[in-house]
Design a protein around this ligand. Structure first.
Ligand code: ADP
Ligand code: MG
Length: 256
């Protein structure tokens, strides 16, 4: 069975892409066949894996509009068990071109349905909006992973995200669950970080999982994309690498 996890939060800069790249890499290095789907026209996950976007013929956009099959889109990464469906700026066009199409929220689901079951985990990196692309990602997924940056206003906008999830539950994807809330840029030493953690627990009233693993602010995590590498290849000894491995383990254990 393939587990499809969508990483979403309409706020920018909360650690979606960092989590998508490094969680996928950590699961892949644990021996699972993984696929990272870059669903953001900014294509940060694609560059974060060291892919030269200009050298690509086809990207997610071509798959979503039906110009390419999934096999034509999947490319290799430095890790054998980690494959990628890359994105590029043309993905912006998808929203506009599909505006009046029926079933426009189902394009990604249809594309991923072409998978032959080879992948055990598929992770989707969403753009910082509740746009058609995010709706496509939520519709195609089994669960939602929400990164929360441990800053003031961390929970602002969360209601809107959860409302969107409920809407998706009612119509497009009744099975979409919440995989968990991930605290990012968590600074153990500050009251603020602990406050956000508590607020998150309260907000979800214990109904949803807040992952035990929190991701600290770590300079190496910020540097790694500049070298086109997941943190586990760039600096395996860093705290960032250790925490993303721990998160991968938590998620792999959910299956058991
Ligand atoms: P999003 O995809 O939600 O917009 P990113 O993952 O791109 O967020 O993170 C925003 C910025 O913060 C990036 O420059 C990224 O490298 C950096 N960053 C993300 N997580 C961390 C972290 N735990 N420690 C340090 N820098 C981080
Ligand atoms: Mg991003």
């Amino acid at each position: 069975m393939t587990q499809i996890i969508c990483i979403a939060n309409q706020k920018g800069g909360v650690g979606k892409t960092t989590t998508a790249v490094n969680l996928t890499a950590a699961i892949a290095l644990a021996g699972k066949h993984t696929l990272l789907v870059d669903c953001d026209p900014q294509a940060n996950a694609t560059t974060g894996l060291g892919i030269d976007k200009n050298a690509l013929n086809q990207t997610l956009y071509h798959g979503l509009i039906g110009e390419a099959g999934i096999e034509q889109l999947i490319i290799d990464s430095e890790i054998d068990t980690l494959k990628l469906i890359p994105s590029r700026v043309e993905l912006i066009g998808f929203e506009v071109e599909m505006m009046s199409e029926q079933g426009r929220e189902l394009a990604l689901k249809k594309l991923l349905n072409q998978m032959n079951g080879h992948f055990e985990y598929v992770i989707i990196d969403c753009p910082p909006s509740l746009s058609l692309l995010t709706l496509n990602a939520m519709t195609a997924s089994d669960s939602l992973l929400i990164p929360l940056q441990c800053e003031f206003y961390a929970l602002e906008g969360l209601g809107q995200l959860l409302q969107t999830r409920e809407l998706i539950n009612k119509s497009l994807n009744p099975g979409l669950t919440i995989c968990g809330i991930l605290l990012t840029m968590f600074d153990q030493r500050t009251n603020l970080a602990h406050q956000v953690a508590e607020e998150a627990q309260r907000f979800f009233q214990g109904k949803e999982r807040v992952f035990e693993t929190a991701i600290p602010r770590n300079v190496r995590l910020g540097e790694a994309p500049g070298f086109g590498k997941p943190i586990l290849l760039y600096d395996p000894a860093s705290i960032g690498a250790k925490r993303y491995s721990a998160l991968a383990e938590e998620i792999l254990n959910l299956e058991k």
